[in-house]
Design a protein around this ligand. Sequence first.
Ligand code: ISE
Length: 337
Amino acid sequence: MELQIGVVGLGAIGRDHVKRLTERITGCKVAAVSEMNEEIGRKVAQQYNAKFYADGEELINSPEVQAVMVTTWDPAHAQYVLAAIRAGKYVFCEKPLATEVSECETILAEEQKFGKRIVQVGFMRRYDPGYVEMKQAIEDGKIGLPLIVHACHRNMNHAATMTSEMSIKNSGVHEIDIFRWLLDDEYVSGQVVLPRQSRISAGEGLQDPQIMMLRTKKGICIDVEISQSSGYGYDIQCEVVGDLGTIRLPDPPTVITKTDCTRTTAIMPDWQNRFIEAYNIEMQDWVDRVRKGEKLTGASSWDGYAACLTAYVLGQCREEGGTAREIRFPEKPEFYK
Ligand code: ISE
């Protein structure tokens, strides 16, 4: 029996996932969709032969939906994740888990009350073959003790609604998550440094670029540039420096063209394509595990909480002039170990 999935929110990533679940992932079916914009919602429902719900919570509670995917705009994530937990249904929530730390805390409490891990957060980079290979090499001791990470996260351009806060909570949050996972470590302090403002993205409420600096328990120092307007493409870089060598995330493979005494390679414009393999692997793994009732291996609600708390502290640091701040986590509950 195919897993009957209900998707709440049909923006770019929601529509991408509906397509992916239908055309690429095996063992599942998009049974229902929900979207605030009724015209879009009904159109997608018709296209994929799914039932349309104007109300996301009604979709979550409907008997034909066995598992839920939350792909609404970020501030609505927590509400639907909580509704799914209360309905006792597995829920895959796109990152971030929530925009407020208190919402993550409620999710942690409700999931523990339910008694089983049923929330997975869509930090898809954990499934990207490049990052997976880096993690393996680090764990195998290939670069010795990791000391420093240099990274950058450049979007080609941004929506008019982008703010300095969102730049960290929506984009930077991927970086925050991936280094915890890659280094198997936790943050102890963080800071945001603001370089000269880009003229391209100069706008009300958006400082761009920003540099996030993080220090981990093991003493690893991380610097990561977050930029919303590279103008040239979507570019994700990551280099881990160890005491025996360094390891670097590969660029996605593209052909090399040589003409007129020049050599060119394309740069992907967006994250949907850059991380397509990661999304596909992540989603197939989630569907397979949910169908078999196996333990989820993707980012947990604890990871979502850790990322949200770190992003919050970094935001506070920026607002208050940039002095480094301590990042203090409570004891990780046994449930999430
Ligand atoms: C976007 O929302 C994503 O989730 C992408 O993965 C990320 O790279 C981008 O910066 C975000 O804006």
